[in-house]
Design a binder for this molecule. Structure first.
Ligand code: UDX
Ligand code: UDX
Length: 464
């Protein structure tokens, strides 16, 4: 089966970039990305491609090339579903905030809504591709809805999880380590798998296209994220021990990373991992394991989250303790708010939790982030619901430039590893701060020796 028309429900961080690259590489396929959020679709259609709603290096060029040719963004969901032979579901699956599984399980409300809409609208057979990260066996739910609500139309469900990392999404899509496609092991299932394999083969070597059964594919995505997050919590756990023993966590990471069985990547100690995936997916894994009665398995993975929370809170405690046990009324400058560099995404960013803890201690926070706007910072803080939003607006301010953010501050905290922070005139910053001037590098990106020479009292993660 040759696919000529694709629809993707959800124009977010995953759906947008993925479809843009598919459209760029497959000019013979019409790709329509739909979303319930009209503002978001308008932004994707903005005449100036620099205004698309997601910042990713290289993405606006890809959109510029394909948009209007075979890439379309629309709010007419029914029409796009009706016309497509293959439908990607790429809506968000946040952690449940209510009812059974609250705070742990993935909320599949939007997945179910999408499935129901597909069932109601479809008049021809379709292949449905799960792109969102889902609990293992979700395909079963989707199939159930499609088969029971639909009007006799046949559906095949594939799992095709996304492994792209934000900030390098386009590069990951163009040149992935692997693409995973899970499908039913029946004749129709295999045909559906083949149809998706054919799309990716337009630019990805066949040996990187792995096909499995649906359940392996669904579970592999959760497992991959759990393993990656576990490496960060492992090195972060060691960072606290390093601080007590005068070992240097970067030296330890280099030493263990050169063992080819361990490998060097994902061993950067930090103030804690953030992002929309790691915490959500691990909580979901823990919930699934518990629901099968696998208590030890659940506890094992939960520890990755416990260490991550600990890493954030011990960073804010270190700031308070170092500033003579009080930050009340003191100005603390934050450099960085995004959950990592080269993205404007702030979901689950450590900065939010560190700011919240310091505001509880009555600190005044002034943030500079090259890509994040102040409204986003307030939305993130308000979401935690620790105090009313008017108070958040008096205790946290955003600065337009880093020097203004640091002026008159008692301390600086680095929360995101933006490259530009390394290039600042640190002497100038020091001169305009309160003394003693403290700096807390939550990302280990600055040269501690240089800072100490200037006069800063400096702390970094995992350095005694
Ligand atoms: C993705 C995945 O789908 C998620 O499972 C994964 O774990 C993280 O990445 P992401 O693309 O980052 O989510 O989410 P988001 O940027 O919130 O985009 C989802 C989009 O779906 C939003 O624009 C939302 O408006 C849209 N949506 C949601 C619909 O169009 N219909 C709905 O019913 C629900
Ligand atoms: C992650 C996975 O990498 C990706 O494969 C999956 O599809 C989605 O989740 P993402 O959340 O975009 O991607 O970013 P990632 O680069 O993995 O970083 C996650 C967090 O871990 C960031 O806050 C980052 O700063 C932190 N991190 C990463 C560390 O603290 N140390 C490291 O060594 C690596």
């Amino acid at each position: 089966m040759k696919i000529k028309n694709i629809c993707c429900i959800g124009a977010g961080y995953v759906g947008g970039p993925t479809m843009a690259v598919i459209a760029q590489k497959c000019p013979h396929i019409k790709v329509t990305v739909v979303d319930v959020n009209e503002d978001r679709i308008d932004a994707w259609n903005d005449a100036n491609v620099e205004n698309i709603p997601i910042y990713e290096p290289g993405l606006s060029q890809v959109v510029a090339e394909a948009r209007g040719r075979n890439l379309f963004f629309s709010t007419d969901i029914d029409k796009a579903i009706d016309e497509a032979e293959m439908i990607f579901i790429s809506v968000n699956t946040p952690t449940k905030t209510y009812g059974v599984g609250k705070g742990m399980a993935a909320d599949l409300k939007y997945i179910e809504l999408s499935a129901r809409q597909i069932a109601e609208v479809s008049r021809t057979d379709k292949i449905i591709v799960e792109k969102s990260t889902l609990p293992v066996r979700t395909a079963e739910t989707i199939k159930n809805i499609l088969d029971n609500v639909g009007n006799g139309v046949k559906f095949q469900i594939l799992s095709n999880p996304e492994f792209l990392a934000e900030g390098s999404a386009v590069e990951n899509l163009l040149n992935p380590d692997r693409v995973l496609i899970g499908g039913e092991q029946t004749e129709e299932g295999k045909k559906a798998i083949e149809a998706l394999v054919e799309i990716y083969s337009n630019w990805i070597p066949k040996d990187r296209l792995l096909t499995t059964n649906v359940w392996s594919s669904e579970l592999s995505k959760l497992t991959a994220n759990a393993f990656l997050a576990q490496r960060i919590s492992s090195i972060n756990a060691m960072s606290e021990l390093c601080e007590k023993t005068e070992a240097d966590v970067e030296e330890v990471a280099r030493a263990i990373g050169s063992d080819s069985r361990i490998g060097p990547r994902f061993l950067k100690a930090s103030v804690g991992f953030g992002g929309s995936c790691f915490q959500k997916d691990i909580l979901n894994l823990v919930y699934i394991a518990r629901s099968y009665g696998l208590q030890e398995v659940a506890d094992y993975w939960e520890q990755v989250i416990i260490i991550n929370n600990h890493q954030r809170s011990r960073f804010s405690r270190l700031i308070v303790q170092s500033l003579f046990n009080t930050v009340s009324g003191k100005k603390i400058a934050f450099l960085g708010w995004a959950f990592k560099k080269d993205t404007n995404d702030t979901r689950e960013s450590a900065a939010i939790y560190v700011a919240d803890a310091l505001i509880d201690e009555q600190a005044d926070i002034m943030v500079y982030d090259p890509k994040v706007r102040s409204e986003q910072m307030y939305a993130d803080l308000d979401y935690l619901d620790s105090r009313d939003s008017a108070e958040n607006r008096t205790k946290l301010m955003a600065a337009e430039d880093p020097y203004a953010a640091c002026e008159g501050a008692h301390a600086i905290a680095i929360l995101t590893e933006w490259d530009e922070f390394k290039e600042y005139d640190w002497k100038r910053i020091y001169e305009n701060m309160q003394k003693p001037a403290f700096i807390f590098d939550g990302r280990n990106i600055l040269d501690l020796k240089m800072l100490r020479k200037i006069g800063f009292i400096s702390y970094a993660i995992g350095k005694g």
